[in-house]
Design a protein around this ligand. Structure first.
Ligand code: PEP
Ligand code: MG
Length: 579
C-alpha cells in the first residue's frame, strides 16, 4: 500500500483501476548504431512508419467532423512525405543514428525552420510534425499513450500532467477520478475537473512512478490523498467516509431552490462558471442565478485549424443564452494565451503567463476580436447578455476595447442587424494594476468581476499552475485581501455591482469573508454552489462584516488562514465533513 498526499483540486470520493498516462514526451533512447546494423534499423523504421500510416488511415475513417478529419489527413500526408522519410533514412545510414534519434534529429531541424516562418499556417505545421514524430518514435519504442477520450471501462487516471485541451476531450463517463503529478489549484486543468465534477488531486509529485497500470487506487478529492493498492481496512474506512460525504451532498440538494439570503436579509447572487454549454443543466439544478463567467476561449480550443466563424460563435452564445432562460449570462471575450494555447493562433512564447494573452491578443488580432464581438452582440437578442473583458491592466487598454466594441455596434447598426442596445459591459479585475486604479475603471463599465485566480498569481508573483510553489499561492494573503476590498469599495462608490469569478468565490472557507467585504455576486463551478449557498443562508450580514474586518487586522496569510479555518469550523457543523 502506498499513500500520497497532493493538493485537493476537485472534491469527492472515487476508486478504481489505475490508467497511467504521460502527457510529456517520453525520452526516446538515443544511441549510435553499428554500421552492420543499418539495414535492421531501416527495416524497423519502415515497419514503424507503415503501422502509423495504417493506424492513421483507420483514425481518418472514424472522423465525421471535417475539421478533425483535415488534421488527421495532414498527418497522413506528412507520414508519407518522401523528403522527410529520406532524410531520416540518411541519418541512419550515413550518421549511424538509431531510428529514434534520427527521427528526433530530423524533426527538430524541420520544426526550427517551420517555426521561424512569418506565415502562421507554416508555423502551425511544426506541431503536426512533432505529433507524427512522436507517433513513430512511440511505435519504435513500443511506448504508446492510451487514448483517454474513448475508454471502455471505468478508471482512475494517473498522469504527469494534462493540457486543458486534453481535459476537454477526455472520456468523462469512464474517468472516475484523476491524480496528477503536477499542477496548482487554480490551473485550468483543476478548474475543469471541478466543472466536470471529477474528484481530482494535483501536485502529487511522483504518483506516476509509484503506480502501475491496473493498480487499485482510492481517491479522496476532499483531503487530497490517493491510496495505491490499499489494504482492506483502509478500503473499508474509505467506503464509510464516502457514504458520509454522499449523505452530506444529498442533503445539500434541498437548498438549491432557496435564495442566497443572510439571516438579516442581505441577498447575494450566486452564479455559475462554465466552459461548455453542457454544464448548464448542472448549474440550473444547483440553483445558479445566472452564468457569471462563460470562458468563451474553449470554443476556440475545441476547434482545430481555424477560429470558429461568426455564425458558429453566434449559435454557441445563443444556445447558452436560451438555455439560461432570461437569467443573466456573462460571456467573457477570448482569453487565449497563458496556459491556454490554441492551435492556429500563432501564440508561442517563453513567458506566456506574462505575455500575449486575452485582450492583449485581441487588440492585435482585431480581425478575430471583431468577429467575436459581432457574434456576441447578435446573440444578445436571445437573453440577458453581459460582455466581459479579461486581463485589462489599465485605462488605455479598456478604452481601446470599448472603442472597438462601439465600432462593431456601429457596423451592425449601419447594416441594420439588430442587437440589444442595452447590453451590459464589464471588466475583469485580475491584474493588480487594474485593482489599484479600479476607481478610474469603474467609471467606464457597468460591472466588475474579480478574477482571483490571476489576481493572486500576479500579486504574489506565483505561477498558479506550479505545484512547487503552491504553498505561496495564498488567497488569504493580506495583500490580496486589501486589493479585493479596494476593488469592492471602488465599485460601490461608482454604484456598479461587483462579483468574483475566480475560484476563491467557490471556496466555502472564503464565503463569509467575501460576503463581509461586501461582494455582491459569487460565481463558481456549478458543483460548489450549494455549499456556499448553505453558508450564506446561515450567517447574518452584520456578523460577516465584523468577521471580515477582523480578518483584515492580521499581518500574515498564516494568521488569517488559521483564524478563518478555526472560526468556520466552530460556526458550521458541516464544514469538517467536506474539508
Ligand atoms: C481568474 O483569473 O480568476 C479567472 C476567473 O479567469 P481564468 O481562470 O480563466 O484565468
Ligand atoms: Mg484569469
Amino acid at each position: 500500500m502506498r499513500i500520497i498526499n497532493g493538493i485537493p483540486a476537485s472534491g469527492g470520493f472515487a476508486d478504481g483501476k489505475a490508467l497511467l498516462y504521460s502527457h510529456h514526451h517520453f525520452e526516446a533512447v538515443k544511441e549510435k548504431i553499428d554500421p552492420d546494423n543499418v539495414d535492421k534499423e531501416l527495416l524497423a523504421l519502415d515497419n514503424a512508419f507503415k503501422i502509423c500510416i495504417t493506424n492513421t488511415e483507420k483514425l481518418l475513417e472514424s472522423f465525421k467532423d471535417p475539421e478533425q478529419a483535415a488534421i488527421v489527413e495532414t498527418h497522413l500526408i506528412m507520414l508519407q512525405d518522401p523528403e522527410y522519410v529520406e532524410e531520416i533514412k540518411d541519418s541512419i545510414s550515413i550518421r549511424f543514428l538509431n531510428a529514434c534519434w534520427a527521427i528526433e534529429s530530423v524533426t527538430s531541424g524541420l520544426v526550427a525552420t517551420l517555426q521561424a516562418s512569418d506565415v502562421e499556417m507554416i508555423r502551425d505545421r511544426a506541431i503536426d510534425f512533432i505529433e507524427i514524430s512522436e507517433l513513430v518514435i512511440g511505435e519504435l519504442s513500443n511506448v504508446k499513450r492510451p487514448d483517454i477520450s474513448v475508454l471502455d471501462e471505468d478508471v482512475v487516471l494517473i498522469a504527469d500532467s494534462l493540457m486543458p485541451t486534453e481535459m476537454l476531450t477526455l472520456d468523462r463517463k469512464h474517468i472516475k477520478a484523476i491524480g496528477l503529478d503536477t499542477g496548482g489549484r487554480t490551473s485550468h486543468v483543476a478548474i475543469f475537473a471541478r466543472s466536470f465534477n471529477i474528484p481530482t488531486i494535483i501536485g502529487l509529485g511522483s504518483a506516476t512512478n509509484k503506480t502501475h497500470n491496473g493498480d487499485e487506487v482510492l481517491v479522496n478529492g476532499n483531503s487530497g490523498r490517493i491510496t495505491i493498492r490499499p489494504e482492506w481496512n483502509v478500503s473499508k474506512e474509505f467506503s464509510v467516509m464516502r457514504d458520509i460525504y454522499q449523505t452530506h451532498v444529498d442533503e445539500l440538494k434541498d437548498i438549491a431552490s432557496l435564495p442566497s439570503v443572510t439571516l438579516d436579509g442581505r441577498l447575494f447572487e450566486l452564479k455559475a462558471n462554465i466552459e461548455t454549454a453542457d454544464e448548464i443543466p448542472g448549474a440550473i439544478t444547483n440553483g445558479a442565478n445566472g452564468i457569471g463567467l462563460f470562458r468563451s476561449e474553449f470554443l476556440y480550443m475545441q476547434k482545430t485549424g481555424a477560429p470558429p466563424t461568426e455564425e458558429e460563435q453566434f449559435q454557441a452564445y445563443k444556445k447558452v443564452l436560451e438555455a439560461m432562460d432570461n437569467r443573466p449570462v456573462t460571456i467573457r471575450t477570448i482569453d487565449v494565451g497563458g496556459d491556454k494555447a490554441v492551435k492556429g493562433m500563432g501564440i508561442s512564447e517563453d513567458n506566456p503567463i506574462l505575455g500575449w494573452r486575452a485582450v492583449r491578443f485581441c487588440l492585435e488580432r482585431k480581425d478575430i476580436f471583431r468577429i467575436q464581438l459581432r457574434a456576441l452582440l447578435r446573440s444578445s437578442l436571445y437573453g440577458k447578455l453581459h460582455i466581459m473583458f479579461p486581463m485589462i491592466s489599465g485605462n488605455d487598454e479598456l478604452d481601446s476595447v470599448l472603442f472597438i466594441l462601439e465600432q462593431v455596434k456601429q457596423e451592425l447598426r449601419s447594416a441594420k442587424i439588430p442587437f440589444d442596445e442595452n447590453v451590459k459591459v464589464g471588466t475583469m479585475i485580475e491584474v493588480p494594476s487594474a485593482a489599484l486604479i479600479s476607481d478610474h475603471l469603474a467609471k467606464k463599465v457597468d460591472f466588475f468581476s474579480i478574477g482571483t485566480n490571476d489576481l493572486i498569481q500576479y500579486t504574489i508573483a506565483v505561477d498558479r499552475g506550479n505545484e512547487k510553489i503552491a504553498y505561496l499561492y495564498q488567497p488569504f494573503h493580506p495583500g490580496v485581501l486589501r486589493l479585493i476590498k479596494l476593488v469592492i469599495d471602488n465599485a460601490h462608490a461608482a454604484n456598479i455591482p461587483i462579483g468574483m469569478c475566480g475560484e476563491m468565490a467557490g471556496d466555502p472557507f472564503s464565503a463569509v469573508l467575501l460576503a463581509g467585504l461586501g461582494l455582491d455576486e459569487f460565481s463558481m463551478s456549478p458543483s460548489a454552489l450549494l455549499e456556499v449557498r448553505k453558508i450564506l443562508r446561515e450567517i447574518s450580514y452584520k456578523e460577516a462584516q465584523e468577521f471580515a474586518a477582523h480578518c483584515l487586522t492580521y499581518d500574515s496569510s498564516k494568521k488569517i488562514d488559521k483564524y478563518i479555518r478555526e472560526w468556520m469550523h466552530d460556526r458550521f457543523d458541516h464544514i469538517p465533513t467536506i474539508g
